[in-house]
Write a protein that binds this ligand. Structure first.
Ligand SMILES: *[C@@H]1O[C@H](CO)[C@@H](O)[C@H](O)[C@H]1NC(C)=O
Length: 989
């Protein structure tokens, strides 16, 4: 959460504290758009946009980057060369090592560094403890695999202007590397897909000495080669950047009263990346605005500003904006009919991305063909390496799976975390928590987790409790545990700087905090007032952090206590743009500038590992929610979209925002149900629960100044309607868990946009207000507008669609929009024919209590009545035993030609040979209770079916309802009685 608009009582009391201190900080009461930089207020962004304007406007522009023709070498799937950047009219150059790696996965990686600076130059630097070289450790935090080189990649042709490398699993990819100016054209099946430096916007701001007014440094007589002499020449001889470049922000710049010193001077990197023939680009979350990204260079309906990626605590964020938010994933996908390609820009510094679309100039010889649209993107980062991964698809799934190979997949979650989470800032006491817990039961509202925001602590000292209000945390935890429920407490990275607080004393004495530019422990302001920040980049700090979570250290925590990491952008109330000064120093003396967007992930990761080591011998899956994130954060928990507002617009925006998370590799995502700021009216609250039931992470949350809004307070009919949405979520948990498992296996989105599921259907490429859940064929379109009693659903194919609740056949066809009634109690939810999905229909108080419940299978018969298929993945939902075969993974098939439904192991394992632990043994007693067949064949009117399982032949009764007035025929096979863990066959004929 963020500081409220009207000062809270607590904050007012900080002011009292503050005014007694020497450095008085006046808090910004309401952070608004102008409190965050626009591109022209970030020196490097402004310079690179100006560079682009100049290059694009001038017809004679030539990019000053060329590959030294004698420098190239190719071996073992890697091309090495040196790019020479010409920096003046005399032809002086700077040397930039280039590596192009061709990976076994078919992904290509382009890395540009800057040759190590010469000693003589470093002497000229002004004093700083910061590192001198470009930051080169983003890979260390982000990339966990997929880097094996493709030894079969080969140079197909080469002359003194370019070389062509053939690569990819079927050698149908090509990289054509042009030497002068340096450019790359990535092709698939002979057609250009992605071009680097096609517009000539590559820019590597090379290291240069700061020209002090001091006397001229002595010229040295070099003894080395000609080349070394050149490099050792004091750079002031090599007159820089000809065209009156704006140097005003090279060495420092000020914004909002904060001055950023830049000991390394200007060091940005930028590159234009063209997606040839692609009109839609997606990804680079988190932003508000449509899933299909907008143009950013002005014009009707476009943004004026580039999309910005600089994790920040943005107070009362605005809708439809390229402004930065709390987390960043620099992974972009381009899509056109039947073709997807993408890039992953591995850089953790502040990054801006301009997007423009233009008709490709028509080839005069190809008369009759209409000009295609190209999407031009311009990526600009403040520091670090230029390091870009290129994915050539061709499907959206290829992109997400290749990206997942590099950055990892969603961790298998605690199963309870897919249930509903009840949060507010704040439940005020242990009695309050217990009361909410009782009332949820009284109103038959299922939930799994109740949350405590910062007020549970003793004056914002994490790992402590306000002992006046939380008198018996263990008693509270035990009441929750008795219904299989959990508690999440907040623990943030800012550690209160106060006497008699052992946590801060250790942080300081062990020197594990982030440092300021002078190397002293950084001090800033956050919830507790004066604070220090743990430096989770430091292995010793992570080790220490883990000790704090031991049950014996964090007294009052227990086995059902989990953690929420907020404010980890990090949020620093008195810092520039509410975050840390960029010249702060982290472990290894890297500047905060270099690692900013990684900061939240390293902290969440530290907490994740801390939870794993709470108790020796107890390895359970942690649950950690984070606000800040980066590529790779999916490996260690869930995210939410931060401090939204109780307005219809925010409800609506949550769908494209979460779809964007899902296609960008971090699908375990949600938005605060009800809206954080303000008070939703009852209809809005109700509609938000109906939408939230389709968020991968489903949590209600509210600001401290917001009125209480636990769902039982809404009154009728709202409470009952909300309860139905919660129960819908709970009954579908087996299918949600299966979708999470798929995300864990290969990075597949949990909720899917239309372009992803139907990459051929152009009409769906911009549709971002409806979604498919996993592989269930469930198509949801939450109502997100006030007083709306119907929705228009876009139908992607010619499959049959049934209403989830009534089994009505939706009259529709491919590419058409169908209008569905959606009065307040109704969630627009369709079932696409051709699927089988699992539910657990018995209403319970929490997911844990459903652990041994029987299953219902729903078969949706397709239009051609041939095959319906589906999966169900089950494990104990808590341990890592699934890594040792302790799971069930079924494949269900309804075959219309044999008129039978079968269940087999989805991986074709010999399940009989698995050594079964207690959980798996017990699962044999869990049955398929019911099979519902929607669009049932008439043969089922026979009343009975035979069931074969484990060598036995049984019969089961059938209730059959013939089709009638728009409704499909359906059948319910009752008391099927087969084990969910076994192979079986139901003969319908
Ligand atoms: C996460 O923590 C582990 C254990 O300390 C460490 O090995 C790993 O590098 C960390 N990763 C990130 C992304 O912080």
């Amino acid at each position: 959460m963020h500081l409220s608009g009207p000062l809270t009582a607590r904050w007012t009391s900080y002011l009292g504290v503050l005014s007694t201190l020497s450095a008085v900080y006046t808090p910004a009461v309401a952070v608004k758009e102008h409190d965050f930089k626009k591109c022209d207020q970030a020196g490097f962004c402004k310079r690179n946009r100006a560079y682009a304007d100049h290059a694009i406007a001038s017809s004679s522009w030539q990019s000053p980057y060329t590959i030294d023709p004698n420098s190239g070498s190719f071996s073992n799937g890697q091309y090495h060369a040196t790019i020479l950047k010409t920096i003046n009219d005399k032809g002086d150059t700077v040397r930039l090592p280039l590596t192009i790696s061709f990976l076994e996965s078919g992904t290509a990686r382009v890395t540009v560094d800057e040759e190590k600076r010469q000693k003589g130059e470093i002497v000229l630097r002004h004093d700083s403890t910061a590192r001198k070289e470009r930051y080169n450790e983003a890979e260390k935090w982000v990339v966990v695999g997929g880097l094996a080189l493709d030894k079969t990649a080969r140079i197909e042709s080469e002359d003194n202007t370019q070389l062509t490398v053939k690569y990819g699993p079927t050698s149908n990819f090509e990289a054509i590397v042009k030497l002068s100016p340096f450019a790359i054209d990535f092709k698939r099946d002979g057609a250009s897909q992605i071009k680097f430096n096609d517009q000539g916007l590559l820019n590597v701001e090379h290291w240069r000495p700061k020209i002090e007014k001091a006397p001229e440094p002595e010229k040295k007589e070099g003894e080395g080669s000609e080349e070394t002499k050149e490099a050792e020449k004091p750079r002031e001889e090599m007159k820089e950047e000809p065209n009156g470049e704006d140097e005003s922000t090279w060495w420092d710049e000020t914004f909002g009263g904060n001055t950023d010193t830049k000991p390394r001077g200007p060091e940005s990197i930028a590159l234009d990346i063209t997606f040839t023939g692609f009109e839609n680009v997606y990804g680079i979350p988190s932003h508000t605005g449509p899933l299909s990204l907008k143009q950013t260079r002005g014009g009707e309906g476009n943004y004026q500003e580039p999309y910005r990626l600089y994790n920040a605590d943005v107070f009362e964020y605005i809708l439809d904006s390229p402004m930065t938010l709390y987390g960043s994933i620099p992974f972009m996908q381009a899509h056109k009919k039947d073709s997807s390609v993408g890039v992953f820009w591995l850089n953790a510094a502040e990054t801006w991305v301009d997007i423009t679309k233009a008709k490709a100039s028509k080839n005069p010889l190809s008369i009759g063909t209409s000009a295609k649209t190209n999407t031009h993107t311009h990526w600009i980062s403040e520091s670090g390496l230029l390091d870009v991964f290129v994915f050539l698809g061709p499907t959206p799934k290829d992109l997400v799976t290749k990206y997942a190979e590099l950055t990892g997949t969603t961790a298998m979650p605690q199963e309870f975390s897919l249930g509903y989470h009840q949060c507010r800032w704040n439940y005020v006491s242990d009695e309050d928590v217990k009361d909410v817990d009782r009332k949820m039961d009284k109103f038959k509202l299922p939930y799994d987790v109740i949350w405590l925001d910062i007020e549970y602590t003793d004056e914002k000292k994490y790992f402590t409790w306000d002992e006046q209000k939380f008198i018996d945390p263990i008693g509270m935890g035990k009441q929750l545990e008795s219904h299989g429920r959990q508690l999440v407490t907040i623990i943030d990275p800012h550690i209160k700087n106060v006497d008699n607080y052992p946590v801060v004393a250790e942080l300081k004495s062990k020197d594990l905090a982030v440092h300021d530019k002078k190397g002293n422990i950084f001090e800033g302001w956050c919830w507790p007032g004066s604070s220090h920040w743990i430096d989770a980049f430091n292995p010793a700090a992570r080790k220490w952090w883990a000790t704090l979570f031991k049950y014996a250290s964090f007294k009052g925590s227990m086995e059902n206590t989990w953690i929420w990491n907020d404010m980890n952008e990090p949020s620093v109330f008195n810092g520039p743009e509410t975050t840390m000064p960029k010249d702060n120093l982290h472990d290894g003396n890297w500047e905060h500038r270099d690692v900013h967007n990684l900061n939240g992930m390293t902290f969440q990761n530290a907490t994740f590992h801390a939870l794993q080591s709470r108790k020796p011998g107890e390895l359970r899956r942690p649950f950690v929610l984070t606000r800040a994130f980066f590529a790779g954060s999916q490996r260690v928990g869930a995210m939410w979209t931060g401090d939204n507002t109780a307005e219809w617009g925010h409800l609506k925006e949550s769908i494209p925002m979460l779809l964007s998370q899902n296609i960008a590799g971090f699908p375990f995502s949600g938005a605060d149900v009800g809206g954080f700021f303000g008070n939703p009216d009852k209809d809005l609250l109700t509609r938000w629960y109906q939408a939230g039931a389709f968020y991968p992470f489903f949590r209600g949350h509210a600001h401290i100044d917001a009125r209480r809004r636990e769902p039982y307070l809404a009154g009728e009919p709202h409470t009952t309607i909300i309860g139905a949405a919660l129960r819908l979520r709970y009954s579908l948990l087996p299918s949600w868990y299966t979708a999470f498992h798929q995300a864990h296996v290969d990075g597949t989105p949990i909720i899917k946009p239309m372009y992803y599921t139907h990459p051929s259907e152009e009409g769906g490429f911009a549709v971002d207000d409806q979604l498919f859940v996993g592989n269930t064929g469930l198509l949801a379109k939450p109502v997100t507008e006030q007083s709306k009693e119907s929705v228009d659903i876009w139908i992607p194919d010619n499959e049959i669609y049934y209403d989830y609740f009534t089994y009505d056949i939706i009259p529709t066809s491919k590419g058409k929009t169908v209008t569905l009634d959606a009065p307040l109690h109704k969630i627009p939810l369709l079932m696409q024919g051709g699927h089988i999905f699992a539910r657990r229909d018995r209403p319970r108080r929490s997911s844990t209590l459903m652990k041994w419940d029987d299953y219902t299978l729903v078969v949706t018969v397709g239009r051609d009545a041939k095959l319906s298929e589906g999966d169900l993945y089950i494990d104990d939902g808590d341990s890592y035993d699934y890594e040792k075969d302790q799971y069930i993974n079924r494949k269900f098939v309804f075959d219309g030609s044999t008129n039978a439904i079968t269940s087999t192991d989805a991986e074709g394992r010999d399940t009989k040979s698995i050594k079964e632990g207690d959980w798996l043994k017990k699962m044999h007693g869990v049955s398929v209770d019911k099979i519902i067949i929607v669009g049932a064949p008439a043969s089922l009117a026979n009343k009975k079916v035979t069931v074969e399982s484990d060598g036995k032949m049984l019969t089961a009764a059938v209730e059959y309802a013939p089709a009638g007035s728009g409704r499909a025929a359906f059948a319910v096979i009752k008391k099927v009685g087969v084990s969910i863990a076994s192979d079986w066959k139901v003969n319908l004929a």
